[in-house]
Design a protein around this ligand. Structure first.
Ligand SMILES: O=C(CO)[C@@H](O)[C@H](O)[C@H](O)COP(=O)(O)O
Ligand SMILES: [Fe+2]
Length: 189
């Protein structure tokens, strides 16, 4: 039997960086078509800010193993919509996931394939259980980076297709200085 080596790493709780992890950067240009307000999107695209970074420690895609990753989701808005991650189902749709809030303020939008949505607020210390089959997207509703850890099966994979095409049935927006979760006018089942 070949055994893998155990590993311990310290997440930088201020920056979200995991030493030695693979870094992925998503800029606004990577989120074309995701935000409802297309004029606001085009305007902000001139700056093309970084929307989020992911630091991932991933194993081979095998049943039984685990990956973990931090995400640093920057504050910002496109029109009224707060910055968010793309959001995805898992390619192996029955794979669950755990998120843990590290820094900043935000939340998670979750959705079943039938379009039933849930919003869960997250702050440092919040654990979110993402059940099998639910799409999930995080949203930064604060004014500093929102940082969290995700732990997920190594064979879960990411299925971005249907969210990229249809989005979530709910939007998380700022209106009159308040965070609101409202119906997505573009949502169609
Ligand atoms: O859910 C997971 C892994 O299953 C997170 O590590 C996200 O991958 C990350 O927060 C970026 O979000 P996406 O761009 O992948 O939606
Ligand atoms: Fe996931």
């Amino acid at each position: 039997m070949e055994y893998k080596n155990p590993l311990g790493v310290d997440i930088n709780l201020e920056t979200g960086v995991i030493p030695g992890a693979k870094k992925l950067v998503r800029r606004l240009s990577d989120l074309k078509g995701y935000f409802v307000d297309e004029d606001a999107y085009s305007e902000l695209l001139k700056e093309n800010p970084v929307v989020y970074e992911v630091y991932a420690v991933e194993q081979e895609e095998k049943d039984g193993d685990l990956n973990f990753a931090t995400t640093v989701l920057y504050p910002g808005k496109v029109g009224k919509e707060f910055f968010f991650t793309k959001g995805h189902y898992h390619s192996k749709a029955d794979r669950a996931e755990i998120y843990y809030g590290i820094k900043g303020k935000g939340g998670m939008l979750l959705q079943t394939p039938e379009g039933k949505a849930e919003w869960i607020e997250m702050r440092p210390g919040t654990v979110v259980y993402v059940p099998p089959y639910w799409a999930h997207r995080t949203v930064n509703t604060g004014d500093e980076p929102f940082i969290f850890l995700a732990i997920y099966p190594a064979d879960a994979g990411h299925d971005y297709g249907s969210i990229a095409e249809k989005g979530f049935s709910k939007l998380v927006i700022e209106e009159n200085g308040e965070v609101k979760v409202v119906d997505n006018p573009r949502w169609k089942e």
